[in-house]
Ligand binder design. Structure first.
Ligand code: LLP
Length: 414
């Protein structure tokens, strides 16, 4: 069931008509459905029921505190990539003991911060990082739990910018080097080998590459065991795709089945790090048409949201459905849906058939993941407000930025 649907020709988020949100909080505005977020989480929980698992929500997909808090209360762990994300998790009531820390460039300060917080595991991505972590843990009088993020060299068959499991990527430790690095980790005094991790890419629809990666990770885990290195957990990353246009993603259980099949009978705890699959379809970007412009070749619907609010179309040529909030009976025309930013790449959708007028509201769908989280202040545009709907309730979960905030930290020379 979609939590964003038309009722009597008006698009709703759960029980709230979207114009009510625009009236209360303005546009552009990200709107999330609490029920959609929780039902996706529940889908994962059920797919993993009966196994020793930890579901670590990838905070980078959407780091709003209200969303983190919702998942924390539902029992989630978190996958973070910075000290900033760790601070958010803690501020939102998340349990640091359920946090895995990914990323190729962890600083000494971030390592220290995570050690003091007592996170579950560092996903280490290089030998340099391993040595640094051992040193920082020693100074802090701590032992760092680690997994090596191993690059299984499988082709995730997704957009090259979001594919991460190939040998040519900057991510992870090469498969062939992993054994040696685990042997090194074993003799480091301040490091405790806890597991192994991998993540092959994002927006994956076919589970075969994930199953292939799992198989390679298991083979490595067994090879390590033969060496006396016994892992307590296997972290299989995130990457599960969603429907943006006409994709037909499997239900979570269906996607995970071939992966879980490979894991039958294993003793290790299993971790997953989904981001997009939990939040992507649980949010929309609500925007208002400022002007209609009928050019010589094309028609433009110039809206008040732009590439700084939702970068995915400009950055990946990603498709997001764009729906009129009020269904109109009139004739449609084909529009380039664009923002006010001074870049030709500032578009939200090409050639969309819409029956619209100036002042109408549009809803850019599937904007819950990598929307607000990747937004910027380009063109000195305040970032959008964020709202979470719960039934017929509207909760403002992030105020619209004010212009003074944008340059409050800047100074002119005396
Ligand atoms: N774990 C690791 C180590 C990751 O690098 C990522 C995403 C995830 C988990 C979560 O992946 P997900 O389940 O959300 O696919 N900005 C791009 C996506 C970048 C993904 C980066 N890593 C987009 O808008 O499509």
């Amino acid at each position: 069931m979609s939590h964003f649907a038309y009722r009597d020709g008006m698009l709703h988020a759960e029980d709230v008509p979207l114009p009510q949100i625009a009236a209360a909080h303005g546009t552009p505005c990200f709107v999330y459905s609490r029920a959609a977020l929780l039902s996706r989480f529940e889908e994962f929980r059920q797919a993993l029921a009966g196994r020793d698992t930890l579901l670590c929500y990838a905070v980078k997909a959407n780091s709003n505190l209200a969303i983190l808090n919702l998942f924390a209360r539902a029992g989630a762990g978190f996958d973070i990539v910075s000290g900033g994300e760790l601070a958010r998790v803690i501020a939102a009531g998340g349990d640091p003991a359920r946090v895995v820390f990914s990323g190729v460039g962890k600083t000494k300060d971030e390592m220290h911060q995570a050690l003091v917080a007592g996170i579950f595991c560092f996903n280490v991505e290089s030998s340099a990082e391993l040595e640094r972590l051992d040193a920082i843990a020693g100074q802090a009088g701590k032992r760092a739990s680690i997994a090596l993020r191993v690059n299984p060299d499988v082709d995730a068959k997704t957009h090259p910018y979001i594919s991460t499991g190939l040998r040519s990527n900057k991510f992870g430790v090469a498969y062939a080097e992993a054994l040696d690095l685990y042997r090194r980790a074993r003799v480091l005094p301040n490091v405790d080998i806890a597991g192994i991790a991998c993540h092959i890419g994002s927006q994956l629809l076919d589970p075969a590459p994930a199953a292939e990666a799992a198989e390679k990770i298991l083979a490595l885990a067994d090879r390590l065991a033969a060496d006396g290195i016994v892992l307590r957990h296997l972290d299989l990353g995130g990457g599960i795709g969603i429907r943006y246009r006409d994709e037909t993603p499997l239900p979570v259980a269906g996607y995970l089945a071939p992966v879980l099949e490979k894991l039958a009978g294993r003793k290790e705890k299993i971790l997953f790090e989904p981001g997009r699959a939990l939040v992507g379809n649980a949010g929309v970007l609500l925007t208002r048409i400022e002007h209609l412009k009928h050019g010589e070749e094309k028609n433009f619907a110039i809206v008040d949201a732009a590439m700084n609010d939702l970068m995915r179309p400009a950055l990946y040529d990603a498709w997001h459905d764009i729906l009129p909030v009020r269904q109109a009976a009139g004739a449609t025309a084909e529009y380039e849906v664009v923002g006010p930013v001074c870049e030709s790449g500032d578009f939200l959708g090409h050639a969309r058939a819409l029956a619209v007028a100036e002042g109408d509201l549009l809803s850019v769908m599937s904007a819950g993941a990598y929307g607000m989280a990747m937004s910027s202040n380009y063109n000195t545009r305040p970032r959008a407000a964020e709202v979470m709907v719960d039934g017929n309730q509207i909760h403002l979960v992030r105020e619209r930025e004010r212009i003074e905030q944008l340059f409050a930290g800047e100074r002119v020379l005396p």
